[in-house]
Design a protein around this ligand. Structure first.
Ligand SMILES: *Cc1c(COP(=O)(O)O)cnc(C)c1O
Length: 402
């Protein structure tokens, strides 16, 4: 490797660093849970309140899931050493796909190694240069990348701007698009805002468009029995394709999926590149996924706890005087504006025993840096009161609160 090349890379790193955008990983030395033990350099912080995980239902260390995974390991072995179509399909894969499909009210589903791969593999096999995709400007990176890999014409609308979406639908038709797909996150993960699915599905019907929703931040806890944002809004029928993850509320390990009409899923099995050219999910992950859906379907207790926590946390932060984005989702962003301020606040909160992450460009727009807090069902009232005290202290120390 040439020195000029490495110099160039090193310069990029310096630029990231001096802009205050460098991300350092703290090492968790306990299970993922409401409180975690964390190592940063030489210091260890024990029992830190964890407000940064997508572990919405607290299932990441749930005994039913760990048992299902352990039992599967003993019986089914560790790995599959194959892609699905060669010799990587177990009976359990099909069972989980059917389980996901029925849970989401779709005809069938297809598993991927992650939702990043599901979104990466979704568009290219289904749409061609004769078609169009209309995408919300705040969609997840994996949707953006998936669309880039597809030859369909691309249109974008400002986040949740329904007038712009309608204008793009008209433009796509005028451009001669044969099929038009609207692609949106169910929940925009940086803001915690829900997509306007009633309006989106109505517009899709008006213009004969297909609707795709990525429900990673909703499946398992939004809507009746956790069936996601389409069910939350009562418009599941109008959403044709749903993508999602096992890596958030449904146990938090790994695994993604697409659910939709039978022919769509059948074609994806033939053509979706991340499905064809990447390993199949380990049986233990599939077994725990099945258990997670059972658990989520059987009881509302964890969802009730999650939303009780969300209400308490949001009103606590509001009472302290923090600038929050409005919403009903367990994602509660504390707006700070400046990236370095967000970093500083996260660092000081960590010293006070609270784990949060600062989010800043390129993850959110410049000048919109924030601390994203996330509620989960594993947090107790004591944990939240402890965290509110820390937020008050640090907020005053860095001048965000007066
Ligand atoms: C987390 C997330 C993904 C990626 O899911 P993985 O299974 O972790 O790859 C995709 N889309 C959205 C909206 C997400 O929040």
């Amino acid at each position: 490797m040439t020195n000029p090349f490495l110099d160039h890379i090193t310069n990029s790193l310096h630029e990231i660093e001096s802009a205050g955008l460098y991300k350092r990983e703290r090492q968790i030395v306990s299970p993922q849970a409401g409180r975690i033990d964390v190592q940063l350099g030489d210091t260890r912080h024990d029992r830190v309140v964890n407000l940064g995980a997508n572990n919405y239902l607290g299932l990441a260390d749930n005994p039913r899931l760990t048992k299902a995974a352990r039992d599967s390991l003993d019986v089914e072995g560790f790995g599959m050493a194959s892609v699905r179509f060669i010799c990587g399909t177990k009976d359990q894969h099909i069972k989980l796909e059917q389980r996901l499909a029925s849970f989401l009210g779709k005809e069938d589903a297809i598993l991927f190694a992650a939702c990043f791969d599901a979104n990466g593999g979704l568009f290219e096999p289904l749409l061609t240069a004769d078609d169009a995709i209309i995408s919300d400007a705040l969609n997840h990176a994996s949707i953006i990348d998936g669309i880039r890999l597809c030859k369909a014409k691309r249109f974008r609308y400002a986040n949740s701007d329904m007038a712009e979406l309608e204008a793009r639908l008209v433009e796509a038709k005028e451009a001669g698009a044969r099929f038009v797909m609207i692609a949106t996150d169910g929940v925009f993960s940086m803001d915690g805002h829900l997509a306007k699915l009633p309006e989106i599905t109505a517009l899709a019907e008006k213009y004969g468009a297909i609707v795709m929703v990525d429900d990673c931040h909703a499946t398992g806890f939004m809507g009746p029995q956790g069936r996601g944002t389409p069910a939350h809004f009562g418009v599941a029928e109008g959403v044709d394709i749903v993508t999602g993850t096992l890596g958030k509320a449904l146990g938090g390990a790994i695994g993604g999926y697409i659910a939709g009409p039978q022919p769509v899923i059948d074609l994806l099995r033939q053509r979706a590149r991340p499905y064809l050219f990447s390993n199949s999910l380990p049986p233990m992950i599939v077994a725990a996924g099945l258990e997670a859906i059972d658990l989520v379907e059987q009881s509302d207790d964890l969802r009730a706890k999650l939303f009780e926590n969300t209400k308490f946390w949001r009103s606590g932060l509001e009472a302290l005087g923090f600038d929050l984005l409005d919403g009903e989702h367990p994602i509660v962003p504390v707006m700070l504006g400046d990236a370095k301020l967000a970093q500083e606040m996260a660092t000081q909160l960590f010293d006070e025993g609270v784990f949060v992450a600062g989010f800043f460009f390129p993850v959110v727009p410049k000048g919109k840096a924030r601390i994203r807090t996330q509620m989960n069902a594993a947090l107790s009232r004591d944990d939240l009161e402890f965290a509110l005290t820390a937020f008050e202290k640090v907020g005053k120390a860095i001048g965000v609160l007066t």
